[in-house]
Write a protein that binds this ligand. Structure first.
Ligand code: FE2
Length: 411
């Protein structure tokens, strides 16, 4: 199959892509069709490596208002609403909702998802459902599962054992939630436990770290120090880190040295944290987004995630990472020309590093033919026009497509 006339990752000139047996066989400025080869002229559209959802809670997706709405809009009321919904969880209920969301993601150009799955459930129902789906859907969606202790490791009955059980069932990543633990001591010991569990079973780590406006929430320094000491930095991710928004600059300067030394990854969730944080403030209200611009400038790896899709924490969400990037650029004040043009990396290349996708990811000869085509010539245009994803191709096979709409002004 030959795809002609594509701008690869904002290149100034177009290229042609030849796909054979699910692999990028050739990529060059001009390729002649082979006898009998299928050939499509893409007309000068943008090709990117597939988008990556680096942080979402699929087990809770599409449950907003069921059984109760989060009236205050706070993270903590969200956790209470979810605790009520958890009582009704069945495997079939999780499967139906997740399958729908996987299709929403596919039409938006996503091929890889890291989902946190709540394991503070004695039956581990959602974990079982997600593990089944990870296998069943692997040809269309790569799903990475985090054992996520929503109600704490040390502060939930049998919390440690549930984490161990989830890892033994097949979770890919070990989670933690230090800011939700009852005490500072529990916060530290939960992080030590998570890191040791990951080291023992050779798993990645992704911690809901300091997702709170409390400037005294200091889980991040503990996580980064352990990652540094255990030489596990590239396997470790600190998600949210919204308290860093409220840290004083002198502390951040000291902390940043450790963050760089540790080599840990960061995931920020601009839609959801703009909505959830600052809820207890009068005016001025904090945005509560972590220091993305400063982390990137220091050389840290940062990606953006959706976090929630129509669930107790966020009553919106549609599986479009374009909206996530759009919001992130605004609230992080990253509106320079190059920052906008290259912002797709926050949901592609940078996220691939966080998920440890390795050498298989990217547009290059010899790699799996995984790519997307957007109805624009570069990502700047794609972002401001909300360009549809025309094609989503995984392993050489189309997993989603769209036809541009016919909206037009009549003057
Ligand atoms: Fe989250």
């Amino acid at each position: 199959m030959l795809y002609q006339n594509l701008y690869l990752e904002n290149a100034k000139e177009t290229s042609d892509i030849r796909v054979e047996n699910g692999i990028f066989k050739e990529i060059a400025s001009h390729l002649e069709p082979l006898p009998g080869e299928d050939c499509v002229d893409m007309g000068g559209k943008l090709a990117l490596p597939p988008f990556i959802e680096s942080h979402v809670h699929l087990d809770a997706c599409l449950t907003a208002g069921d059984p109760v709405w989060n009236m205050s809009g706070t993270l903590f009321e969200g956790i209470e609403c979810w605790a009520k919904r958890k009582d009704k969880l069945t495997k079939e209920d999780v499967r139906q909702r997740v399958e729908k969301v996987l299709r929403m993601y596919a039409v938006n150009g996503i091929q890889h998802i890291r989902t946190h799955v709540d394991v503070t459930d004695p039956k581990l129902t959602a974990m079982e459902a997600l593990i089944e789906l990870r296998e069943e859907k692997k040809d269309v969606m790569d799903i990475q599962i985090v054992a996520f202790p929503q109600e704490g490791i040390e502060s939930y009955p049998n919390g440690r054992q549930l984490m161990i059980d989830a890892v033994k069932m097949g979770a890919d990543v070990v989670g933690a939630i230090p800011h939700f633990e009852f005490t500072r001591e529990y916060s530290v010991s939960s992080l030590n436990f998570a890191m040791e569990l990951a080291a023992k079973y050779d798993k990645l780590v992704d911690v809901h770290c300091d997702e709170i406006d409390d400037e005294a929430s200091r889980g991040l320094e503990t996580l980064a120090a352990r990652a540094y000491e255990m030489n596990m930095g590239e396997k470790v991710t600190a998600s949210h880190t919204t308290a860093m928004h409220s840290y004083n600059n002198a502390y951040v300067q000291r902390l940043m040295r450790l963050l760089v030394m540790s080599g840990i990854n960061f995931v920020s969730n601009p839609l959801v944290n703009t909505h959830l944080q600052g809820r207890l403030d009068n005016y001025p209200k904090r945005r509560g987004i972590t220091r993305v611009k400063e982390l990137l400038a220091a050389g840290c790896n940062v990606s953006f995630g959706h976090d929630d899709i129509f669930d107790p924490w966020y009553p919106m969400g549609n599986g479009s990472l374009r909206d996530v990037v759009f919001m992130g650029l605004h609230v992080c004040q990253m509106m320079g020309y190059e920052e906008i043009l290259n912002s797709y990396k926050l949901i592609s290349t940078n996220a691939a590093r966080t998920l440890h996708l390795g050498e298989a990811y990217g547009l290059a000869e010899g790699k799996p033919a995984d790519f997307i085509v957007l109805d624009a010539k570069d990502y700047y245009e794609a972002l401001i026009t909300d360009a549809p994803v025309l094609l989503n191709v995984k392993g050489g096979k189309k997993i989603a497509e769209s036809v541009p709409g016919t909206k037009k002004a009549l003057f």
